[in-house]
Unconditional design. Sequence first.
Length: 131
Amino acid sequence: CVCRGHNLKRWFESNLVYIINEDPYPVDVYGISGAQLWENTIILIGNVDIDTSLELLEKSQMWLWRHSIDTCKDEFCMPFVILRKVDEQIEISWDNSILKYQGVNFLNDKGIAYVPIDFFVNKINAFLEKL
């Protein structure tokens, strides 16, 4: 559906600036990847009082909105992917171990990869031009 592609396009147009620039994760948790930071935040939220959990959830969700294509997927199957700048590269991390789409299996439930920023931006821009 064209509208779904346009949602992804609008999401990248709005959020690419956050992905390729410094936008630190706002919650003080340990994680070697963006996906792991999010997962550890969810664990932390379950272990603190309600006011603190609401504050942490709000902070982390605002960051997630800017870094995860999961936030623009509408009603179609998309992996839980987080994109963020780490040093001079873009980290692409994912964790689909809890996603259960009927009839859909991801080859790698969890993973992490790094690509040069320029490479990432060029590929995203080429993709967006085709939408």
